[in-house]
Design a binder for this molecule. Structure first.
Ligand code: DHB
Length: 391
């Protein structure tokens, strides 16, 4: 028994990109069906990054009462760059007139799911997509198995893969899973969540001879911190004391407030940009099309920027039969994607220390950090990229 559904837009993946796209399409009167492999509980509890660009918050405002970003989240008007034993504040509003918000991705997802459920829109969890049938270019079909093990076919006017870095939809757009530009880094982040008050008002990005650390936050009582580590490190192999020693020595000059660690993970660093984002009536967005290393928190923000372009292109295509925006979608999206790739790579390489760094490399890196911290032009570039280029 196969269930066959018809919809204007089939969206694979109920992450930030897929759910926000569905919301903006609904605003324009375009129905969609969103499916995801995971359960709602898994989606709402996966720990990811916590910084939203100003443009991301403005787009989330369109969820109305469902967006809690400005209520539960916190506006951040700057960050501290710390190196060579000193802190240097980058003040966002005076440099760019913009800010960033601390509001974790899983909270954004709760808001997006609540808005979709409240509007009575079609959202299905536990659905395994097995492939895309492209035999009719005008009407691609999503082939899937639903949560009860029944076959499901979704016939659409357009299919969007917002299904993350292991995207099932990507091969339909670029011919293979690996079709893209790729870079791996020789380090990872050890991330923790701990019960403690904030150690600082703003985030600290710290370069030290022992490597990088990031002092982020979550709330008045829970903090998120990261330190550079070997990608092969088993997160359970360090004692709590060793974790704190590692973090403290990478932020010399600040006494971090410690507390019980209740979550730990090791995040791999990868840069990837797919060779393409659209073929006929199939597109990929967000992590399905590109991933960045976490330094600077561009991942979710870049996914949201893809959505901002794609929802307008789909409106023109599906409501006015105007293909001009969809024809230029990839080229326009790629401009921002490569700027964000550069920023994420630059923040990463400027702040981390590799095992094979020579004395020259180390001194050059401090020269680079000083070039930013002591120059309004340098600070402005960082602040523009961090708070997000206007969408
Ligand atoms: C966080 C993650 C980042 O990659 C970053 O640059 C800033 C904050 C976070 O998880 O809080």
């Amino acid at each position: 028994m196969t269930t066959t559904l018809r919809t204007p837009v089939a969206i694979v993946g109920a992450g930030p990109a897929g759910l926000l796209l569905a919301h903006l399409l609904d605003e324009a009167g375009i129905d969609s069906i969103v499916v995801d492999l995971r359960t709602q509980g898994e989606i709402e509890s996966t720990i990811r990054a916590g910084i939203l660009e100003q443009g991301t918050v403005e787009l989330l405002d369109r969820l109305g009462e469902h967006s809690r970003a400005r209520i539960v989240g916190h506006r951040h008007d700057g960050i501290e760059l710390r190196f060579d034993g000193e802190g240097h504040r980058i003040d966002f509003p005076s440099l760019t007139g913009r800010s960033a918000w601390l509001y974790p991705q899983h909270e954004v997802l709760k808001d997006l799911i609540a808005a979709r459920v409240a509007a009575g829109q079609d959202l299905r969890f536990g659905v395994t997509v097995t492939g895309i049938d492209e035999s009719d270019q005008e009407h691609p079909r999503v082939l899937a198995v639903d949560a009860d093990g029944k076959e499901l076919v979704i016939e659409a006017d357009f299919v969007v893969g917002a299904d993350g870095s292991r995207s099932v939809v990507r091969p339909s757009v670029v011919g293979s899973m690996q079709g893209g530009y790729f870079r791996e880094y020789p380090f990872a982040w050890f991330g923790i969540l701990c019960e403690a008050p904030p150690s600082s008002n703003e985030l600290i990005y710290s370069n030290s001879p022992d490597g990088f650390a990031l002092i982020s936050q979550r709330s008045e009582t829970v903090q998120r911190m990261y330190f550079q580590c070997d990608p092969k490190l088993d997160p359970s192999s360090l004692s709590e004391t060793e974790v704190w020693e590692n973090i403290q020595k990478r932020v010399p000059g600040t006494d971090l407030i410690e507390g019980p660690i209740f979550q730990r993970d090791v995040l791999r660093f990868r840069s990837f940009v797919s060779h393409g984002m659209r073929k006929h009536r199939i597109a990929i967005i967000g992590d399905a099309a590109h991933t960045v290393p976490p330094t600077g928190a561009k991942g979710m923000n870049l996914a949201v920027a893809d959505v901002a372009l794609l929802h307008e292109a789909l409106r023109a295509l599906l409501q006015e039969n105007d293909s001009r925006l969809i024809d230029t979608f990839e080229q326009r999206a790629m401009q921002r994607i490569w700027k964000a790739q550069h920023f994420s790579w630059w923040m990463t390489s400027m702040l981390h220390v590799t095992d094979d760094a020579s004395d020259f490399d180390r001194r050059r890196q401090l020269g680079e950090l000083r070039s930013i911290a002591q120059s309004t032009a340098g600070q402005t570039y960082l602040a523009e990229a961090y708070t997000g280029w206007p969408i």
